[in-house]
Design a protein around this ligand. Structure first.
Ligand SMILES: NC(=O)c1ccc[n+]([C@@H]2O[C@H](COP(=O)([O-])OP(=O)(O)OC[C@H]3O[C@@H](n4cnc5c(N)ncnc54)[C@H](O)[C@@H]3O)[C@@H](O)[C@H]2O)c1
Ligand SMILES: O=C(O)C[C@H](O)C(=O)O
Length: 290
């Protein structure tokens, strides 16, 4: 069975560790957090489920795991407008995580925001091959889009590509190509605000991300070869390079098996290019940090 490390055991890291243990998807876990009291509390709380799981808190064990998930770093609060605003705050958490990944031959899932740029940053500071670094967020955004579509009586599921942030790109052409542009823009504007509604109400998003991260782990562990939207290192796909961005990718036990090239309509294409320009611009600013 799969061995997995969680780097940063707060709301999302702890929630994912709990779900994966409860779903019986992992046999060995490393749980690490710089807050040692929290780390120990999460370890004990999971062991008290009584399930058969081994837990280490030694970060040096991370490199021997099949999957490492980076969930360390500050989340947004209502005063932080966009995920991109967290970039410089959260780079040190990525640096700390990368320090334990020398010789790691498994799959790295990046959750820390701004997720696309942090995923790219990991690519530049570690030796992990590009098919083994996956940025998480597209599944969650797509579930939010599907929820909105359902409220509009449009048959889903919906899919979101582009940035996990303000430059997300809902793919309307696959669900209702006839939806007028004004309605598309209205839906997009609602989607941009959908997680902040939760952050304002309960301090953080929790159940949605934890569930979809556990699904991603299941897809990898079972070698499902399922196509999901996730952030991948791009080298010309969709005409974009020099960044990570949400694209449809087939995922299995080797990580990213293939990036699918979907036909986008002109509205989607323009939004995807804008996402590429925005995210690659931020990625370029990190060049001195390598
Ligand atoms: N990609 C997504 O879809 C998605 C979804 C939800 C949250 N997030 C992001 O995930 C991150 C974590 O969110 P959260 O709600 O769990 O936050 P949280 O504050 O509850 O947990 C983060 C944990 O990281 C730990 N940490 C910080 N720096 C560390 C370091 N250098 N080494 C070890 N541990 C460190 C903290 O002690 C804390 O316990 C945030 O950046 C948030 O924006 C992304
Ligand atoms: O919105 C956030 O800041 C948290 C996370 O990226 C989410 O989409 O739930």
């Amino acid at each position: 069975m799969t061995s997995l490390a969680i780097f940063g055991a707060g709301t999302i890291g702890g929630g994912v560790a709990n779900l994966l243990n409860a779903r019986g998807l992992v046999s060995r876990m490393v749980i690490y957090d710089k807050n040692r009291d929290l780390q120990e509390a999460q370890r004990l709380d999971i062991l008290h489920t009584g399930r058969d799981v081994e837990i280490s808190t030694d970060p040096e064990d991370m490199r021997n795991c099949d999957i490492v998930i980076c969930t360390a770093g500050l989340p947004r609060n209502p005063t932080v407008k966009t995920r991109a605003d967290l970039l410089h705050t959260n780079l040190p958490a990525a640096d700390s995580c990368a320090r334990y990944l020398n010789g790691f031959s498994g799959i790295l899932i990046v959750v820390t925001n701004p997720m696309d740029i942090i995923t790219w940053y990991f690519h530049t500071i570690t030796q992990i091959p590009k098919n083994r670094i996956i940025g998480f967020g597209g599944q969650l955004d797509s579930a939010r889009f599907s929820y909105t579509l359902h409220q509009l009586d449009i048959q889903g599921p919906g899919c979101i590509l582009g940035e996990h942030g303000e430059h997300q790109v809902p793919i309307f052409s696959r669900v209702d190509p006839s939806l007028p542009e004004s309605k598309r823009n209205e839906v997009l504007s609602d989607l941009r605000g959908s997680s902040m509604e939760i952050i304002k109400g309960k301090g953080a998003t929790e159940f949605g991300p934890s569930w979809h991260i556990s699904e991603l782990v299941r897809i990898i562990a079972r070698d499902d070869k399922t196509c999901i939207p996730c952030s991948c290192i791009l080298e010309g796909e969709y005409g974009i390079s020099g960044c990570c961005l949400g694209v449809p990718a087939i995922i299995g036990k080797e990580g990213i098996c293939e990036i699918e090239q979907w036909d986008l309509d002109p509205w989607e294409h323009a939004h995807m290019q804008a996402a590429g320009t925005f995210v690659s611009g931020l990625c370029r600013t990190l060049e001195g940090n390598k």
